[in-house]
Write a new protein. Structure first.
Length: 129
């Protein structure tokens, strides 16, 4: 009987707490990968740092492309797309089941502390998503 009780206790301890972003507070622009309706191991990223690390964004700065110009918007769109692909790649290769913008989970009132995955995404960008 003691063995059965220990087995049940261990099984209960292994169950992770599950979280969800309330539907009325969901901002799809801040959820980059995963299911916001149910997650256990979230991560966050500094999206601006990731976008500014892309070759497209660096091209804007190096070539002094005027903000608001057609070329600017094309490059910003490409930089954003590359950033999101790198975030998704890290999500697929890691234990994280949700990746959001830094500070987002706290802003919707969740007490879970996400792991900062920014460096992992920056490394992935360097490898060329």
């Amino acid at each position: 009987m003691a063995v059965l009780f220990c087995g049940v206790a261990l099984a209960c301890a292994a169950v992770a707490e599950s979280y969800a972003i309330p539907a009325d507070k969901l901002d799809d622009q801040k959820v980059f990968w995963g299911n916001p309706a149910k997650f256990e191991k979230p991560a966050s990223v500094d999206y601006k740092a990731i976008v500014t690390a892309t070759s497209e964004y660096k091209s804007i700065k190096q070539n002094k492309i005027e903000a608001g110009s057609a070329k600017y918007w094309i490059l910003i769109s490409q930089a954003s797309e590359k950033a999101v692909k790198a975030i998704a790649a890290v999500g697929k290769e890691s234990q994280y089941d949700l990746i959001v913008a830094k500070g987002y989970l706290e802003s919707v009132g969740l007490t879970v502390q996400p792991t900062d995955a920014t460096n992992a995404v920056l490394e992935r960008l360097q490898k060329g998503t």
